[in-house]
Design a protein around this ligand. Structure first.
Ligand code: ADP
Length: 192
């Protein structure tokens, strides 16, 4: 089973690339953001619990997020592998992921592919995306900046976690979509 983690700040293009790559390599795409939005839209208990965090641009507590991830991994246990988009986002989630993968599938993360993009480019991209996404957390610049702040405070450290294990590959996320897909594909091909 292949486990590919896509990593980077909000707006770095993880979601866009994850969809393309999942299709290309026949892997299951798990986006924790999409799962939360699905739950919010369908008024589930989980959606209700997550809603205010997301709306304000804060991270949802680890426990809720990890429980949701476990369900999704279990539902897809026969798949040949996963592209994780938006998880792990804290050091504690990174530790949980290792434990989970070991317990559920006796497997490990193959590689973490990190996309880097400058903050001002991120803000512009997300504001532009809000015209189509309808996401409340995309439409307001102060919420966007809070998401970027959460990234630097809680998520950026996750890259060290993988760096120490020699599993981190850093890529420039400021380019055209095809070029970035090609660069990411080159790394994934080493594992699939
Ligand atoms: P983006 O990467 O552009 O911020 P996502 O769709 O990945 O968009 O995430 C949207 C929101 O969902 C985040 O701002 C956060 O509130 C919540 N979220 C997603 N994944 C996680 C996670 N692993 N841990 C905590 N909160 C999360």
């Amino acid at each position: 089973m292949n486990i590919i983690v896509l990593f980077g700040p909000p707006g770095s293009g993880k979601g866009t690339q994850a969809k393309i790559l999942a299709n290309k390599f026949n892997l299951e795409h798990i986006s924790t953001g999409d799962l939360f939005r699905y739950n919010i839209k369908n008024n589930t208990k989980l959606g209700e619990e997550a809603q205010s965090y997301i709306h304000n641009g804060n991270l949802v507590p680890d426990e809720l997020t990890t429980e949701m991830l476990i369900d999704e991994l279990q539902r897809n246990s026969t798949k040949k592998g996963f592209i994780l988009d938006g998880y792990p986002r804290t050091e504690s989630q990174a530790e949980s992921l290792d434990e989970l993968l070991n317990n559920l599938f006796q497997t490990k993360v193959d590689v973490t592919l990190a996309l880097y993009v400058e903050d001002e480019v991120l803000v512009k991209r997300i504001l532009k995306r809000s015209e189509e996404s309808g996401r409340t957390d995309d439409a307001d610049e102060s919420i966007i900046r809070n998401r970027i702040k959460e990234y630097y405070e809680k998520t950026a450290v996750v890259s060290n976690y993988y760096k120490e294990q020699n599993k981190l590959v850093e890529l420039d996320g400021d380019g055209n979509i095809d070029e970035i897909t090609a660069a990411l594909s080159k790394e994934i091909e080493k594992f699939v």
